[in-house]
Design a protein around this ligand. Structure first.
Ligand code: C2E
Ligand code: CA
Ligand code: CA
Length: 700
């Protein structure tokens, strides 16, 4: 038997099926990432749309294989056929959007969808030819049902798999799978057709009443296309406006962060500042509507080793993928931001209960847990998430701290999990809040003190300069060291103000020295966070000119890891320092794995061997070989080497022997006050070699 068909209609049906399947991928994605409430609203709409699409496509296929030009129509049977299609749509949307599905359930759903598809076909044939004019051929029916169940099962598997797929080629893969599905549907229709016999003489509707077959098919396609478009629009509006979908309150809801520099350059997500704006706007909205919002603080676990071992380009690629995955894990109406480094946050709006948030947090944690593929390498990380709710857990200020403390708790509990803020976490959150307030007061009330640790020439033991080290004169806790507050200042975004104070103070000290005819060289420490600020270098240059300090008198110490996260901005800053004539020292050398090319690329003036490495050298004489190699290399590259943490005479002798340029450490002096430093410099001008500089000796 030869099958007659209309090629144009087959092509039209393939196109329509492909587009419908492609849209179904997006429906499933959206359902998967929506809240329980959202699902309740969207699921029936999607199910009916997918069902109607399927029905329309089937109808076009039917026309494509139809030789007769006239059609007899039974509206009730046609409606039943459409209902069967809606059942297929419902099974498809409901089952495939579940977080996890047992294979048995998937098989049962495939079975049901397969039967329902055939029912749709059979009822449609009855509706078009008259119920009495359709006869089933038993053997062919069996093979048609089997094919229908298999195709349905495969389509369900494909849809449920693809909803978690966020690989590089997600779109082309989905497009290809849509085309394959469309072809499978045509094949399916051929087996369906073979399973029935219709009476060729059945009474048919006058074709002129409906127009030609092609015309009819085009109309059905158009209706289906409009339906899909309409539903996509409804979904987009729903995601944007939630409950207020029909109240188009654009002013209140579309406030995008409009500040300068609101995006993170690497991931294109809103940055910390923009996120704060989003949070403020959302909380204002909440106060008006009485809704709840959740703030999720997301910190990657085990990210640092990736940067250290594979290099920053790999780390950057992972961060970009993390950003994409987080955006997929939250719902369309939520926002994700990068707070800096490996810290992200998500703002979950329009929440009715904890159960609205839990699936989102589960998706966040499990999406980061999936392997990352960069440069053919499989990398694995996880994330710890802290969740706090507004207004339940406090105002915006407190909310950030609460989410942050909950995140710490999640880390302590073994990472790779999320934790809600609760009473247990409250006390540590209060401590953090207190720290934040104290630090604010310290900046406002000038509680910081800058001390200076002298640097000496290894050979002559003459004073060559000093490193500025910050201390905090805390009103109740006494003099605090940087380890007690630098990380916190970074964390609370106050490091920039603190560093500006340090830079200004150092410039003032150089100016003071100059007024006493002392050519003082100082170095200041920097924090990696500063490299994200555009004004970092210009601020320092402003102080240099304000206090009339030559740029060559200032060295900026950079930690090796400073540049790792945002290479472009980092390199721009380095170039700006260089152009201004400010020297660059690479701090903490020997603490982290390091590539030699980095040293050359950075074009640093100085390397500081870290005190921890010096302590290691002390215990293990083999490590001196490394220092020797470094010194040779530095000599070739014309880089000055400073050994930090020199605590005993043996270290000093060895450094001198190997040709190290400068040194600093408790053997000579700890950090001293500005007054003592200037006093010492004056002595140094008389060319007195330093054996011991300590406060007492100077004071004496
Ligand atoms: P760093 O840059 O490695 O600074 C050297 C640290 O080693 C100083 O600790 C110094 O007091 C200590 N040190 C000096 N000689 C010896 C020694 O012989 N033995 C030992 N065991 N330690 C010695 P400090 O002042 O507590 O500073 C710690 C870190 O805090 C600094 O490490 C630096 O990373 C950071 N820091 C200090 N001041 C600032 C600042 O103004 N801004 C920023 N961003 N960071 C700062
Ligand atoms: Ca330093
Ligand atoms: Ca150091």
């Amino acid at each position: 038997m030869t099958i007659k068909y209309d090629i144009w209609l087959i092509l039209l049906s393939t196109l329509a099926s492909s587009l419908a399947m492609f849209a179904t991928f997006s429906f499933v994605d959206r359902l998967y990432t929506s809240t329980a409430k959202g699902k309740k609203f969207l699921l029936p709409i999607y199910a009916l749309t997918v069902g109607s699409g399927l029905w329309g496509i089937h109808f076009i296929n039917w026309l494509a294989f139809q030789n007769s030009a006239k059609i007899q129509l039974s509206i009730p049977l046609l409606a039943c056929s459409w209902l069967a299609a809606a059942v297929v749509g419902f099974i498809t949307c409901y089952i495939t959007s579940q977080k996890t599905i047992a294979v048995s359930l998937l098989a049962a759903s495939g079975f049901m969808a397969g039967l329902a598809s055939y029912a749709m076909f059979y009822l449609c044939a009855g509706a078009l030819h008259g119920a009495n004019n359709v006869n089933v051929i038993p053997m062919a029916l069996f093979s048609a049902l089997l094919t229908s169940i298999c195709v349905s099962f495969l389509a369900l598997i494909t849809l449920s798999w693809m909803k978690q797929y966020d690989g590089k080629h997600a779109l082309p893969t989905k497009a290809l799978l849509s085309l394959v599905t469309a072809i499978a549907i045509i094949g399916l229709h051929v087996t369906f057709n073979a399973s029935i016999e219709t009476d060729a003489n059945s009474i048919l509707i006058n074709s002129q009443q409906i127009g030609s077959k092609k015309m009819l098919a085009a109309m059905v396609s158009l209706v289906v296309a409009c339906l899909f478009l309409l539903v996509i629009l409804v979904a987009l509006f729903y995601e944007k406006f939630g409950k207020n979908i029909f109240k188009f309150n654009f002013v209140a809801t579309q406030q995008e962060p409009n500040t300068f520099e609101s995006k993170d350059a690497l991931t294109q997500l809103p940055n910390r500042r923009a996120f704060r704006q989003l949070l403020e706007t959302a909380s204002a909205r909440c106060t008006r509507s009485g809704n709840t919002i959740a703030l999720a603080y997301i910190d990657l676990d085990h990210f640092k080793p990736i940067n250290d071992i594979y290099g920053h380009h790999v780390g950057d690629a992972v961060l970009k993928t993390v950003a994409q995955r987080l955006q997929t894990a939250v719902r369309g109406c939520d926002s994700v931001a990068r707070l800096g480094g490996d810290e992200f946050s998500a703002l979950i709006e329009d929440i009715e209960s904890d159960s609205d948030i839990i699936p989102i947090m589960e998706r966040i944690v499990s999406s980061i847990n999936l392997p990352f593929y960069v440069n053919n390498q499989q990398l694995e990380i996880s994330c710890s998430v802290g969740v706090a709710l507004y207004p339940r857990d406090g105002d915006i200020e407190k909310l950030i701290v609460c989410a942050d403390s909950a995140m710490y708790k999640a880390k302590q509990n073994g990472k790779n999990q999320f934790k809600f803020y609760d009473a247990d976490i409250e006390s540590s959150a209060n401590q953090m809040l207190e720290m934040q307030r104290d630090l604010r007061a310290a900046i406002d009330n000038n509680q910081f003190v800058l001390m200076y640790q002298p640097k000496l020439d290894c050979n002559t033991q003459l004073f060559v300069g000093a490193e500025a080290l910050i201390r905090w004169n805390h009103p109740t806790k006494g003099l605090l060291l940087p380890k007690d507050f630098i990380a916190e200042a970074e964390h609370f975004g106050m490091i920039e103000e603190m560093s500006n104070w340090v830079a200004e103070q150092a410039c003032k000290t150089i100016m003071q020295a100059k007024s006493r005819d002392i050519d003082l060289h100082l170095s200041i420490n920097t924090s990696k966070q500063l490299f994200r600020s555009k004004n970092f270098v210009t601020e320092i240059i402003t102080y240099l000119s304000k206090y009339n300090v030559p740029a060559k008198n200032l060295t900026v110490e950079i930690k090796e890891t400073s540049g790792v996260r945002d290479e472009t901005l980092f390199n721009q800053h380095i170039a700006q320092f260089k152009a201004a004539g400010i020297k660059i020292a690479l701090d903490d050398f020997g603490l982290h794995p390091f590539t030699l090319s980095y040293l050359q690329e950075l074009n640093v003036d100085e390397i500081k061997i870290d005190k921890i490495f010096m302590a290691k050298v002390n215990a293990n004489s083999e490590s001196w070989k490394l220092v020797d190699v470094l010194l040779n290399l530095a000599q070739h590259l014309n880089i000055n080497v400073v050994a930090e943490g020199v605590e005993n005479e043996a270290q000093h002798t060895m450094l001198k022997h190997l040709g190290c340029n400068h040194m600093q450490g408790y053997l000579f002096s700890e950090a001293i006050t500005e007054g003592n430093l200037l006093h010492y410099c004056k002595q140094h001008q008389l060319n007195m070699p330093t054996v011991a500089i300590n406060q007492e000796a100077i004071a004496a």
